[in-house]
Design a protein around this ligand. Structure first.
Ligand code: CU
Length: 165
C-alpha cells in the first residue's frame, strides 16, 4: 500500500530538487501530490465507500495513547473510524502494515513539523478535533493503526487489527 508513503516519497524528491535549484520554493510546492498514490490497493486493504460501511468504530486518544489497543475486524469489512482527539497536541491516525508504518515513521522523521494533507489511509487530527476515515480491510493479518509522528508510536500510540477470515 502506498498512499501517504508514496506521497511523502514524492515530496522528498521535490524537496531535493528544490534544494538543488537555488531559487525560492513556491508556497504551493508544500502540498504533496498524492495523485499517483490514490486508487492503489495494498496489503492492508484500501479506502472504503461510505455506502459499504457496516460498522462504526470510535477511537479517542490522549497525549500518548489511543483508547483501544486491538480491534477485531472481518476480512473484507468496511469500517468507519471516528477519531476524536482529547490531546493537547497534534496526532495522526494511520492504517498500514507494520513495515509500511516503519517506513512512514522514517519519512515523518525526515520532514518533522511539515503540514500533512490527509490521505485515504492517514488523517491528521488537531487538539479537540474529530475526523473520520473509512477503510475496507483485506485479508492481510498484518495491519496496524498508529500515530507516526516521531516518537508517538514508541510511546504507545499504536495498536493492531485482528483480521478474521
Ligand atoms: Cu501522535
Amino acid at each position: 500500500m502506498t498512499f501517504r508513503i508514496a506521497a511523502l516519497a514524492g515530496f522528498a524528491a521535490i524537496c531535493a530538487v528544490s534544494a538543488q535549484a537555488a531559487s525560492g520554493v513556491p508556497e504551493h510546492a508544500h502540498g504533496h501530490d498524492g495523485g499517483a498514490a490514490h486508487g492503489a490497493t495494498g496489503t492492508a486493504g484500501g479506502p472504503g465507500k461510505a455506502t459499504d460501511v457496516t460498522r462504526t468504530v470510535r477511537i479517542d486518544f490522549g497525549d500518548t495513547a489511543f483508547t483501544v489497543k486491538q480491534i477485531q475486524v472481518q476480512a473484507g469489512e468496511t469500517i468507519r473510524f471516528v477519531i476524536t482527539s482529547k490531546s493537547s497536541i497534534r496526532h495522526e491516525f494511520v492504517i498500514a502494515s507494520h513495515d509500511e508504518h516503519l517506513e512512514h515513521r522514517k519519512m515523518m522523521q525526515e520532514m518533522a513539523g511539515m503540514e500533512m494533507d490527509d490521505e485515504p489511509n492517514a488523517i491528521t487530527v488537531d487538539p479537540g478535533q474529530t475526523k473520520e476515515l473509512i477503510w475496507k480491510f483485506g485479508k492481510d493479518k498484518d495491519v496496524e493503526f498508529a500515530c507516526d509522528i516521531p516518537g508517538h508510536a514508541e510511546q504507545g500510540m499504536a495498536g493492531k487489527f485482528r483480521v478474521l477470515k
